[in-house]
Ligand binder design. Structure first.
Ligand SMILES: Cc1cc2nc3c(=O)[nH]c(=O)nc-3n(C[C@H](O)[C@H](O)[C@H](O)COP(=O)(O)OP(=O)(O)OC[C@H]3O[C@@H](n4cnc5c(N)ncnc54)[C@H](O)[C@@H]3O)c2cc1C
Length: 492
């Protein structure tokens, strides 16, 4: 039996995005942990601008002691507080745009944040005992048991190899390297190639086939791409003082296209994400050309965005014309993973369930994963290796079904916005515009949005309950119920 006599538990977090930093913050009270955080970039960067957060995200902020500071920062001039309803939906792909639905969240009002604000706050709460290693891009990791003992070895692109980690947390995002090890392990458990096994996604790919990113079979191209950009409030208000985007979070829907618009940074900036389905919109498939994660490389002229939405209602076209430095991104998600954890490795955030952004749930789910995993680790005593397995198995039991479900819902929601869902057959819509949609189509659309957008409400307030459940599982050591029994690796 392995034990940790006279030494600290060694934990590595790979990836310093919102998920990795939240996990580090959740480990702040652990003085029995040696904590290393490895980040590929030379500094922490926030890619993209706005994120929508929900009461369940704020319950994590509260537990981490971040909520008051965050409120302080966004309160100063927060016209978003006045924003009601949560979302307005419009049919917009003709000049006669019209409202078709409103979503109200009396018990779960969303709060729009600027990513940089969140990142800055998390950085301020990075625990003192967390050693940050920039410029460390992980290229491989493996669990070992040999002469040296047992643990996880990490190998970085800069030539550094480190071993002896008791727990490795993969928070390395969509293209996660850590995930490759977890997938390989899960394959060896099931005897199946879990990464390519169809676990339930219906495909909306070109020619009805799933389209993978390069040679990686874990990452899926959804068939959609998006332009992202910002419009300063001042600029928009000067010309259109009553523009809807200044105050109302709006989703402008069209056939095979939709545009999400909401104010961020205390209403100083309007965040715009304009989606289009590559194969259906007549536009070239951009996947091969824009796999870059660097906004500079993905920049496109504003005209290219405007031209993608010809004939849309004027308030959309006017807004798009004002976009500053728009960028273009393929929308990717993952083949759902069978497990988020092995004996010593756990995945969180986009590394485990990178999802399309149609429910505004990716960062929030990463924050929840990170908090739950960090809390389970900090509340547990690690005397033996089996203790590590238990904690990671409990984490997996709590988060894997949830993460995979939200990822599937997010994809399906995107299909609804563009009248491209199995439930609203687009062929039934007579013309090329969704403005021709019948009342029956609209009614199905409303039902769909109500269903998928129930996630922040349905699960509101469950973070504490999840932790209590996790604690009970640990206390009772109900390992038979946990996927731990399927874990390979070191037996003791
Ligand atoms: C257009 C768009 C809009 C969105 N809107 C919302 C929203 O409104 N609400 C919401 O909740 N979510 C939203 N999301 C999703 C959200 O951005 C992500 O889910 C979230 O950023 C995931 O955080 P993460 O920490 O898991 O991963 P990331 O933010 O990707 O962070 C991963 C980190 O790991 C580092 N890294 C990567 N590989 C390595 C390696 N090999 N070695 C070391 N370090 C590595 C990266 O540099 C990065 O710092 C949106 C996404 C998109 C694309």
């Amino acid at each position: 039996m392995h034990s940790f006599p006279g030494r600290k538990l060694r934990v590595a977090i790979v990836g310093g995005g919102i998920g990795g930093l939240t996990c580090a913050a959740a480990l702040k009270d652990c003085d029995n942990i040696e904590l290393d955080l490895f980040e590929a970039a030379a500094k922490f960067i926030a890619i993209g601008a706005g994120i929508v957060t929900w009461p369940r995200t704020w319950s994590v902020f509260e537990a981490l002691g971040l909520n008051e500071e965050m409120l302080e920062r966004i309160k100063k001039m927060d016209p978003c507080e006045e924003v009601f309803p949560a979302w307005e939906f419009r049919l917009s792909d003709s000049k006669g745009g019209r409202k078709i639905h409103e979503l109200h969240y009396r018990d779960a009002t969303p709060t729009n944040l600027h990513r940089q604000q969140l990142l800055d706050l998390l950085l301020e709460h990075l625990p003192f005992h967390c050693q940050v290693h920039f410029g460390h891009r992980l290229v491989s990791c493996r669990e070992y048991e040999d002469r040296r003992g047992c643990g996880v070895e990490l190998h970085f692109r800069n030539g550094v190899t480190l071993d002896g980690y008791d727990i490795v947390i993969g928070a390395d995002g969509l293209k996660s390297v850590v995930r490759q090890t977890v997938i390989a392990q899960s394959r060896s458990w099931t005897g199946l190639d879990a990464s390519v096994k169809d676990l339930g996604f219906s495909s909306s790919m070109t020619n009805g086939e799933q389209c993978h990113l390069g040679r990686r079979h874990d990452i899926l191209y959804t068939g959609q791409s998006a332009f992202r950009g910002l419009v300063p409030r001042e600029k928009l208000a000067a010309l259109y003082p009553n523009h809807r985007a200044l105050r109302t979070s709006t989703i402008y829907c069209g056939k095979f296209k939709h545009i999400v618009v909401y104010p961020i940074s205390n209403g100083e900036i309007v965040n715009v994400v304009a989606f289009f389905a590559d194969s259906q919109s007549g536009s070239p498939v951009i996947l091969e050309t824009t796999g870059s994660s660097s906004p500079q490389n993905n920049q496109v002229p504003t005209d290219a965005v405007v031209n993608m939405y010809p004939g849309w209602e004027d308030e959309v076209v006017d807004l798009l014309k004002m976009l500053e430095k728009p960028t273009i991104w393929p929308i990717l998600d993952l083949n759902p993973l069978e497990t988020y954890a092995t004996s010593r490795i756990a995945l969180l955030g986009d590394a485990s369930h990178s999802m399309s952004p149609h429910l505004g749930a990716g960062a929030c789910t990463a924050i929840e994963d990170a908090y739950i995993l960090g809390s389970l680790i900090s509340r547990s005593k690690f005397n033996t290796l089996i203790d590590i397995k238990r904690v990671l198995a409990v984490y997996n039991t709590l988060r894997q079904p949830y993460g995979n479900e939200i990822m599937r819902w997010a994809r399906e929601m995107g299909e609804f916005y563009e009248f491209d869902s199995q439930d609203i057959q687009v062929d039934e819509v007579v013309d090329s515009l969704v403005n021709e949609a019948t009342e029956e189509h609209i009614s199905k659309f409303r039902k769909g949005t109500e269903k998928y957008w129930s996630w922040p409400v349905r699960a509101a307030g469950t973070i504490g309950e999840d932790l209590r459940r996790g604690q009970e599982m640990l206390d009772e050591a109900k390992l038979g119920d946990l996927s731990c029994s399927r874990m390979t690796g070191i037996n003791n």
